[in-house]
Design a protein around this ligand. Structure first.
Ligand code: M6R
Length: 659
């Protein structure tokens, strides 16, 4: 999925086979990469990296870049810059400033006039290992001449640390990452790039790394294995980041590093090579995301902005892909001929979290509309099963970020068994996008809030297009295709109307936000939407919520019903409506409060429910689109009511790049 960033003919680049970290012989230290995982090596990091080398004040650009990356992880942050060219005898040449807490803390600690025009920075998110100033990155070697930042996990760090300590290294932190600084120093003989490469040969685990050395002013060396890194090519300056959002203010020309590659950059040039030192030809891509897409633009949070953007983001996902002439869809990025598409006998979706919910909707649609057996699997489960990869199956790896480790590894497992996997991704150039065998970009634009909102509805749009395209190859007539397209075309406007429910939902949230437990209930296509509503409420307001198929409540969950446990019902407007209303009565009879979302004008539902949320009238199979925004708003306002940070909920990160 490299380069191409819009339209129908998404070009997916050839797949780069995953390379295991190469365990090569290194001059002096023995290779310990094969030793198992150490308990402390389980520190989980889903963090951000930024590097800058050029003519401008590095500290300012680094802190600003970290602010953009804060959504990836946010318990501590730091920068390392070269103080200036004239360092006094005995003085550490690299200045490291790091602080636990938000970027605002770091910003306060960095002097406004700090000299130095190259450096590296990091935001850290940890679940194991203390959140302290010392454990924040960058980390220095003992002499303070090498500074590194690292995303990922070094599994064999404990034996490496022991060896390095025996060799005289003095460790300052409890992190696995610090070994990298000492290893680079250990191998340094006047060339940072060679030292980094030598250090990498010891490492077992995943990494995105940036390193600087005080003796090589202006040089930054980066390396990637399983954790994204992208180079920003500027005018007389170069940047490095784990995410393009940190680069957008400075350049839109980027080069995505592949696993196993190392970049060495100075203000005017960069060189990419593999671990065997073979030069790699860089492919410069243009990022089409605009800077304002990553600003809040007057909204109080990214989540609010992203919820409200959905009419446009869905329209973008559909744009240029509706084939009005043939009542079908055009998805050039699939890179499959009509014949190949026709030969598909079953669909499997692999995904996590909200993307899995989109996959559940997609699979129901593909089965009921395109008449293809389809199943959505949790990537974290599939990966460790022993899956049968049947011929003529099409796998779809669905991921907003395109970096989710569970989904990526599940995809690789399927590919290793000869299966072909298409990506359904938002982030252009992400690992899943690049390693998949074709796919669909959902074009929702940058999604910054941790809770996925607009990417979900854009993923739905992609599934509706794919369903149409497959259905038209089988039983769906041209006329039916036209009708489907007409409904699909009307979705952005209908979603716009469902956003108008905002004030009503805010008032309901005020009344219900104090409850500890919720049930979310739906049937058919609205069952995955119930799961999504429950997930949103859990992740940003920390209220316990269970998503269930309405028909299942009598098999157990009904025992939870009481005046303290409200049920949110998603009422379809088809033959399942009556059954859902019966389920509502069952809850009502047991004293459970009911919040019901149903088509506007549904008086029966309004009469039973304690709170009625009238959603715009659309054809049944398009109801997921209009039910989702009210649920997103509900979780959003409950979270605000409870004083939660909606954009950066506790314990969560935007891209989950560890298992
Ligand atoms: O980037 P992905 O779509 O692969 O992410 C998958 C999940 O981690 C993600 O959807 C997560 O559940 C969100 N926080 C939900 O809002």
């Amino acid at each position: 999925m490299t380069g191409e960033a819009r339209g129908d003919s998404l070009s997916y680049s050839a797949r780069l086979p995953f390379e295991e970290a190469r365990a090569g012989a290194v001059s002096r230290l023995p290779d310990l990469s094969g030793r198992g995982r150490d308990a402390a090596g389980k520190e989980l990091l889903m963090c951000g990296i930024v590097g800058y080398t050029g003519q401008r004040q590095a500290s300012r650009i680094l802190v600003e870049g970290l602010k953009r990356l804060e959504y990836r992880g946010y318990d501590s942050a730091g920068i390392a810059v070269r103080k200036d060219e004239t360092v006094k005898e005995g003085e550490a040449p690299l200045l490291v400033i790091k602080k636990k807490g938000k970027i605002a803390e770091l910003r306060k600690a960095v002097p406004k006039d700090l000299p130095g025009n190259y450096g590296i920075g990091h935001t850290r998110w940890a679940t194991h290992g203390g959140v302290t100033d010392v454990n924040a990155h960058p980390h220095l070697d003992t002499a303070g001449r090498v500074a590194i930042v690292h995303n990922g996990i070094i599994e064999n760090y404990a034996p490496l640390k022991e060896m390095l300590e025996n060799d005289g290294a003095v460790f300052a932190s409890d992190t696995d990452s610090e070994v990298i600084a000492h290893l680079v120093a250990y191998h340094y003989e006047g060339d940072l790039e060679s030292a980094v490469k030598a250090a990498l040969r010891h490492l077992k685990g995943t990494y995105g790394i940036a390193a600087v050395h005080a003796d090589e002013p202006g040089r930054i060396v980066g390396a990637r294995n399983g954790s994204p890194l992208v180079i920003g090519v500027g005018d007389g300056e170069m940047l490095l980041a784990s995410d393009v959002t940190a680069l957008l203010a400075h350049t839109t020309s980027v080069v995505y590093l592949n696993d196993g590659e190392v970049v060495s950059m100075s203000p005017r040039e960069f060189r990419i090579s593999d671990r065997d030192d073979r030069a790699v030809d860089p492919k410069i891509d243009l990022v089409t995301w605009k800077l304002d897409a990553i600003e809040k633009e007057g909204f109080s949070s990214y989540m609010e902005k992203e919820i409200c953007e959905q009419p446009e983001s869905i329209a973008r996902a559909l744009s240029g892909r509706m084939d009005l002439e043939y009542g079908s869809a055009k998805l050039g990025g699939l890179e499959l001929s009509k014949k190949e598409l026709h030969a598909i006998e079953r669909i499997r979706v692999i995904a996590a979290g909200t993307s899995w919910h989109a996959g559940l909707v997609g699979c129901q649609l593909m089965e009921s509309v395109a008449r293809l057996p389809a199943q959505a699997e949790l990537a974290s489960e599939l990966r460790y099963r022993n899956p049968v990869v049947e011929p003529n199956s099409l796998y779809l790896a669905v991921s907003q970020s395109g970096e989710t480790a569970d989904t990526l590894y599940a995809m690789r497992e399927i590919q290793r068994r000869g299966g072909s996997v298409l990506g359904v991704c938002n982030v252009v150039g992400s690992t899943i996008a690049r390693e998949s065998d074709g796919g669909i970009y959902v074009h929702s634009g940058p999604e910054i809030a941790v809770a996925s909102t607009k990417a979900f509805t854009s993923q739905l749009a992609a599934f509706y297009l794919l369903t149409l395209s497959l259905a038209r190859l089988h039983d769906m007539s041209h006329h039916e295709g036209d009708r489907f397209l007409k409904e699909l075309k009307a979705v952005p406007e209908a979603v716009g109307r469902s956003l108008l429910l905002r004030d009503r939902i805010q008032a309901i949230a005020k009344r219900y936000a104090h409850h500890r437990d919720f049930l979310f209930l739906g049937r058919g296509l609205l069952y995955p939407i119930a799961l999504e509503g429950a997930l949103k409420l859990k992740e940003i307001s920390y209220i316990h919520a269970e998503g269930y198929a309405s028909g299942e409540i009598k098999h157990g969950p009904i025992a939870l019903v009481s005046p303290e446990t409200p049920s949110v019902f998603l009422v379809p407007n088809d033959h399942l409506r009556e059954k859902t209303i019966s389920n509502m009565r069952e809850i009502k009879a047991r004293g459970g409060p009911i919040i019901a979302l149903a088509e506007e004008g549904d008086e029966d539902v309004a009469a039973i429910a304690d709170e009625f949320i009238p959603v715009p009238a659309v054809e049944t199979r398009f109801q997921p689109f209009v039910m989702v925004p009210p649920l997103q708003f509900f979780s959003y306002f409950c979270a605000l009511e409870r004083g939660c940070d909606v954009d950066q909920p506790r314990n969560l990160a935007k891209s989950v790049t560890v298992e």
